[in-house]
Design a protein around this ligand. Sequence first.
Ligand SMILES: Nc1ncnc2c1ncn2[C@@H]1O[C@H](COP(=O)(O)OP(=O)(O)OP(=O)(O)O)[C@@H](O)[C@H]1O
Length: 238
Amino acid sequence: MRAYGAGATEVRALDDVTVGFTPGRFTAVMGPSGSGKSTLLHCLAGLDTLTGGQVLLGDTDLGTLSDKQLTRLRRDRIGFVFQAFNLLPTLTAGENITLPASLAGTRLDPAWVDRVVDAVGLRDRLGHRPAELSGGQQQRVAVARALATRPELILADEPTGNLDSRSGAEVLALLRESVDTLGQTVLMVTHDPVAAGYADTVVFLADGRIADRMDAPTPDAVLDRMKAFDAVKTGVRS
Ligand SMILES: Nc1ncnc2c1ncn2[C@@H]1O[C@H](COP(=O)(O)OP(=O)(O)OP(=O)(O)O)[C@@H](O)[C@H]1O
């Protein structure tokens, strides 16, 4: 549980949520605005703390870790992809992929990084700075940076929110491929049924609770499920 405030003004952003994310799978988290998606992602990353309950990454209970240990866990075991690409403008694409980990003292496996660079299709763009790349290419750099450390979990927060549909499709295909060929575990928060269609499973949140779960989602099926939430919210149930 994650509650904000107390007493009459208490908001339960996550309430009685029990959810597991299978390693080597691509899971999308969807739900109406305010349903708790960001809170879930932040708690999984150890950026926010539960008011009650546990977050486990493998065998590690995040609630038992100090701030320093949480920082190390985020650095070594989790990769992040955000809506804003968060690249360093003065570094080349290649440096953006490897430097953050190197500076943090994480040893990168050059053969793996090579494979990642090929997977994201940026071999001929490694010397370019972010401003010289398209939005889609920048986000592919961000995905490569997340993959570079070979983390146990990749957390993606609206990774296609700032992209046109074609660039968004490229990034989603890349996340899909990282699961299928590199064995990554990806958890993505999205509002977009098309994006959710790339996942193996969609977990739906509503009012801080798990409202539903869908395997092998299609954009149409996801859209229908989301419409049902809206209808219930406005009191229309047909
Ligand atoms: N720091 C905070 N203080 C108080 N309430 C908060 C805080 N953060 C989130 N909440 C509340 O918790 C609930 C869940 O918020 P959250 O941001 O997780 O939703 P979301 O599904 O990510 O929404 P969106 O799709 O709009 O980003 C909301 O009612 C929100 O107002």
